[in-house]
Every structure is written in structure tokens, then in C-alpha cells.
Ligand binder design. Structure first.
Ligand code: NAD
Ligand code: IPM
Ligand code: MN
Length: 346
């Protein structure tokens, strides 16, 4: 029987609850589909930081490298550890070190879920650049604490980085409805975003079967609300993709439904799967986190591992649960009730 080794990083707050729920669903799916999953859990989190002074050990990245995939809950506990420390100490370095340059985030309504829009007719795949751009970490502050203080945060866009994410977007569009929306802000950002638009134009002739349209980020935000059915694949830089995918989560009924996959398309290192949401300090410890985003991310993990039937099984079970009303109203069903319902459907 085939066995996949999975690194679990539950992290902080509701990350622990949703990873626990997703793992139960994964084990049941494996059992039903004749493969095995073996888990190794890493306690890396803000609590770990407070104990050790680091979000993960020095050899953290290397110890993850041997796994077939990583399932992560959420990182961040800003009341105790600054986000700039916790995220740059754990989540962001993993995405970068393992060249998980394509962050795939699907936005569609699950059966039984009523989103805030008048339409349910949308099915958007956001592809977010995940290793550079506005998240490059380049910059600094001078004259700190004085009236002359200046803070600089430099976005770095490389030809390699821009070209590979656009190609990924074109290829995903090809597998779907053939439409690619490329998101920039080239009217205001005259270097990076003009460059992004130029690379898009250069690649266009190689994908004559894909209809590509460039949008400004502000107009795209409005379009996702006003005309989401007009969109198929949306490709955006790291920060723009981050913002658009919380908007995408909102139109699909909330952050409890939004899944994501940090993919290394070359498979030279493990990919990582995690819900779009964070540690939700406001509801942590209440047992009411929606685990569906994490379960959907787990299904994306199985798809990536080549276990498509098991992935479909999880999605079918999730939608059977939501179609019957379980987990569709925030705070109504507890995490363990939603999990039990999905497990029963499986
Ligand atoms: P958040 O996503 O944690 O929460 C935003 C809102 O959505 C909150 O009201 C929360 O209760 C709700 N929510 C989120 N997930 C939910 C779920 N599964 N079920 C029900 N409600 C849910 O965003 P935030 O409050 O800005 O961030 C909190 C912490 O998480 C910060 O430290 C932040 O940096 C971190 N964060 C981490 C990740 C990650 O690890 N990938 C992602 C986003 C935020
Ligand atoms: C996400 C999160 C992270 C991001 C934060 C916590 C650094 O918001 O995964 O969407 O911006 O990538
Ligand atoms: Mn985000």
C-alpha cells in the first residue's frame, strides 16, 4: 500500500482545531481509497517562539524537505508575538525556500452556502505569486523615532518570478474556461507593474487559445463583487493576490470556506496546503472555527499527491454536509459537529 508522509504544522489559535479536523478527514479518505498517510506534527508556533526564541529550529526547513507534503493551520498570535516576527519566521520562509511560487486559491460557492452576492454563478481560480513582489522583505527604516523617520519597503519583481507565475496562470486557464485575468496597478506603479504587463504581452502569442485581459487591482476588486461570473483564472502579485483572495473568501461565504495550495510546480520540494484564513484570535478556544477551508485544502493536497479519487471523495462529503445546512451559518455549528458530519458522509 502506498504511504505518504505528511508534515503537520497546526500553528496558532484555530490552526490547531482545523488541522485536527482535516487530519481526521484525510485519514478516513485514505482508508477508503487504499493508501496510508503518516503524520509528523511540528509544534512550531508563537508558543514555541516564546519557549525557544525562534518560530522554528535552524534546521526547520531541512527537516521538512523529506516530506511528501505539508499541511499547515495558521501562524500568528499578535497579542504576544509581533506578526512581522512570527510570519517571517515560519510561514513565509517555507513558501520561499520550497519555491512554492504558485498559491492557488479557488473561489466558488459550495452547495447550500449562501454568499453575499445576488449570484451563485461564479467559479474563480486565483493564482497568487507567492515568493517575491511586495513580500520580498527588502527595505528598512532610518531616523527611527524622529520626525524625519522614513520607512522603505521595496517590491522585487524578477523576470523569472513574473514569467513563471504568468505561465502557470495561462496553463491553468487552458485547463479551465480559457480566460486569464492579469491584475496589476500599472497606472500608478510604473516599474514593477508595467514590467508585469509587458511580460504578459510577450507570453500572449504562446497561448493563442487563452483570452487574456489586464485589469487594475481596484477595478478587479469591484468586478469580483459586481460581475464575478465574468472571471475564470485570475493571476496577481503576492500582495494583490493576498487581498483579492480574502475578497474571494467573502463572496464564497466567508473565510471558513476558502482553501489554498502553495505549489512547487517543479516538485523539487514539498508543496504546502493551508486555509486562507489566519489564527482567528477572536474565536480561538471557542470550538466554533469552520474546518471546511482546511478540509478543502487537504483535498487539494491529495489531488497534488495523485490521489484524485480521494480528493473528490472529500469534496463530495463536504458538499453533502453543507447542502444539508451543516457549517453554513458562521458560529452555528461547532467544529466537532461539522467534522463528524463530513466524516459520516465519507
Ligand atoms: P483571520 O483570518 O485570522 O480572521 C479574520 C476574521 O475571520 C475573524 O473574525 C475570524 O474569527 C474569522 N475567521 C477566520 N477563519 C475562520 C474560520 N475557519 N471559521 C470561522 N471564522 C473564521 O485574520 P486576522 O484576524 O487578520 O489574523 C489573525 C492572525 O492570523 C494574525 O496573526 C495574522 O497575521 C495571522 N494570519 C495567518 C495566516 C496564515 O497562517 N496563513 C493567514 C492570515 C492571517
Ligand atoms: C495568507 C496570509 C499571509 C499572507 C500572512 C499571514 C503573512 O494573509 O496566507 O493569505 O499574506 O500571505
Ligand atoms: Mn491573506
Amino acid at each position: 500500500m502506498k504511504t505518504y508522509s505528511i508534515a503537520l504544522i497546526p500553528g496558532d489559535g484555530i490552526g490547531k482545531d482545523v488541522v485536527d479536523a482535516a487530519w481526521q478527514v484525510l485519514e478516513r479518505a485514505a482508508d477508503r481509497n487504499n493508501f496510508t498517510l503518516s503524520a509528523t506534527t511540528f509544534p512550531w508556533s508563537c508558543a514555541y517562539y516564546k519557549e525557544t526564541g525562534a518560530m522554528m529550529p535552524d534546521d526547520g526547513i531541512e527537516s521538512l524537505r523529506k516530506f511528501d507534503a505539508i499541511l499547515l493551520g495558521a501562524v500568528g498570535w499578535p497579542a504576544e508575538v509581533a506578526d512581522s516576527v512570527s510570519l517571517h519566521g515560519l510561514l513565509l520562509p517555507i513558501r520561499k525556500a520550497f519555491v512554492q511560487y504558485a498559491n492557488i486559491r479557488p473561489h466558488r460557492l459550495l452547495k447550500g452556502v449562501e454568499g453575499p452576492l445576488k449570484t451563485s454563478k461564479f467559479d474563480i481560480l486565483c493564482i497568487r505569486e507567492n515568493t517575491e513582489g511586495e513580500y520580498s522583505g527588502a527595505g528598512g527604516r532610518v531616523h527611527v523615532g524622529t520626525p524625519d523617520e522614513v520607512a522603505v519597503e521595496t517590491s522585487i519583481f524578477t523576470r523569472t518570478g513574473v514569467e513563471r507565475i504568468l505561465r502557470f496562470g495561462f496553463e491553468q486557464a487552458r485547463l479551465r474556461r480559457g480566460k486569464l485575468a492579469s491584475v496589476t496597478k500599472s497606472n500608478a506603479q510604473k516599474y514593477s507593474m508595467v514590467f508585469w504587463d509587458k511580460v504578459t504581452e510577450e507570453l500572449k502569442p504562446e497561448y493563442p487559445d487563452v483570452e487574456v485581459t489586464s485589469y487594475h487591482i481596484d477595478a478587479m476588486a469591484a468586478r469580483m463583487v459586481m460581475a464575478p461570473e465574468s472571471l475564470d483564472v485570475v493571476v496577481a502579485s503576492n500582495l494583490f493576490g493576498d487581498i483579492l483572495t480574502d475578497l474571494g473568501a467573502a463572496i464564497q461565504g466567508g473565510l471558513g470556506f476558502a482553501a489554498s495550495a502553495n505549489i512547487n510546480p517543479d516538485r523539487s520540494a514539498p508543496s504546502m496546503f493551508e486555509p486562507v484564513h489566519g489564527s482567528a484570535p477572536d474565536i480561538a478556544h471557542l470550538g466554533i472555527a469552520n474546518p471546511i477551508a482546511a478540509m478543502w485544502s487537504a483535498a487539494m493536497m491529495l489531488e497534488h499527491l495523485g490521489e484524485g479519487a480521494a480528493a473528490t471523495g472529500i469534496m463530495t462529503a463536504i458538499e453533502a454536509a453543507t447542502a444539508s445546512g451543516t457549517g453554513t451559518t458562521p458560529g452555528k455549528d461547532r467544529t466537532d459537529v461539522i467534522t463528524a458530519t463530513v466524516l459520516a458522509e465519507l
